[in-house]
Design a protein around this ligand. Sequence first.
Ligand code: M6R
Length: 614
Amino acid sequence: MCGIISYAGKRKALPILLEGLYRLEYRGYDSAGVAVVEKNGVVQSVRAVGRVEDLASSLSGVDMHGTVGIAHTRWATHGAPSVANAHPHADCKNSVFVVHNGIIENHNHVRSALLREGHVFSSETDSEVLAHLIERALAGYRKPFFLEDAVSEALRHVEGTFGIAVVSAHDAGKLVVARRGSPLLLGIGDGEFFAASDSAALVRHTRRIVYLDDNELGILSPQGYEVRNFRHKPVAKAIETLVGSLSDAQKGQYEHFMAKEIHEAPDVIRNALRGRVLYHDGTVKIGALDSLAKKSARIERVVIPSCGTSFYAGLAGKYMIEEFAGIPTEVVHASEFRYAPPPLGAHTLVVAISQSGETADTLEAVREAKRKRAPTLAIVNVVGSSIAREAQMGIYNYAGPEIGVASTKAFISQLTVLSLLAVWLGRQHSLSVSTGRSILEELQYLPQKAAVALAAAPRVRELAEIYGAYDNFLYLGRKYNWPTALEGALKLKEISYAHAEGYAAGEMKHGPIALVTDTFPTVVIAPSDSVYEKTISNIQEIKARRGKIIAVATEGNTEIEKLADHILFIPKTIEMLTPILAVIPLQLFAYYVAHKRGCDIDKPRNLAKSVTVE
Ligand code: M6R
């Protein structure tokens, strides 16, 4: 949610900043801007509404030669998308420029105080107060000489979350960044230094990374970098190495990242399993679980805080853990957990699920769980992300960068990891070796089966041609595939803007059936599992009301052909793993419907890839 890239080095900053913005655009894309400090100390800034390419157009003909600069791509929180509200924000003298991710919660109060002191504001944003606070600190009675001192002083007056990057005509040649609650990392190059909200913007330049922690400040210049806390004390930080290749973050042969990421499903499953299966023992080996092993005999409950797609993965995980480990499991929207946490304690394992590892509510849920002394385990895709570092134990998905705003491969990976967790927890309790083995054996076949499900893409595209103009869809599933129905509906609505509701199939008669008409189709996830017959009854009820049915069913099922208008087949697998295969045609369906409708698939309106504000 909002992207920051900033640079201090010997090269011209502007091309580096623009290239970084393109890589960060998936985090927010309603406006963008840059500010570069020129050799004479003057700071030049250009902002534009729209995409990074709109900013690039606004910059054509503008000469910026400076080697220190900041840039931002915005997802609006306070104030509509406009040039005035775009970052960087400046002080009254156009001397201090700030880009900001997060929310300054007391901005109204601070703004009023600054207005009384004569400061003039030019935007509606919460962020602008930072520029004026730094301006005030620089001009203050004690006259801090260095920009970093002024930034520290300014930050004493704000409440909320921030990742900021600051340049100024005062102390020109220096870039100051700071973090509290919003991600920020430093890239260490050779005589050049970067700071960004996301490693995607850095990987082209350096793999040497320093993760800032909360209440830390980085001071960067072409001469070097230093990290301090807000009390001016130096902090020794480890340099870590980024993994992954640049091509991971490129579309390759695909028109959209989403299509590429859906088609990565077989590899994603393989990567989640690699080195983790102990087939002979019918269990799994994951570093994080070794430390949990000492506690697991006493784990009496599992609570899963998460958001969006990760929440739906958690719902399927609940069924897996309850069925195979017999441990009561509760899945909680992280945004609710934050203010109404369920009872927690040393015997409740809190499993936070997050692709980005930066979702503000999920991060806060982990912190709350730690305060309540519950053991915390994170299932996270982005290595080194805030949630990965905050949780006491972590399992990485290793799914590679997910750039499309609609989460696809992460869901498949999360379900794979959750199935491993269920087996492991089960084996710590009463799950037999043979049942453990049978699950693990089936998991080994899953990549091939996912490839078979993907091969149906042309058929899914045909269906999207038929249904692309419909405005309403109902998605139904039972037991393990209720979460699949929820996820299928979420995918369709977020990228095609068609209205889609996901429901537990058995709930249909309690309300949603009133919606069914011949122009309100229902997508039913009906693999051959323990609840198949019940789901078939629901299909019949819809047919009786002239509703159209698109069914996702198991290969070889000829009965369903008599009932459904259209069928998308998936390979046979064990019940707990059916969501991993069943979601593939649903992801493809959402993709092709959005494609037919001419939607901006990788950057759907109003959304951002990681939600770093609550
Ligand atoms: O990065 P996280 O998994 O924590 O993100 C959670 C949700 O914001 C995310 O899944 C969101 O719902 C996606 N747009 C779904 O496609």
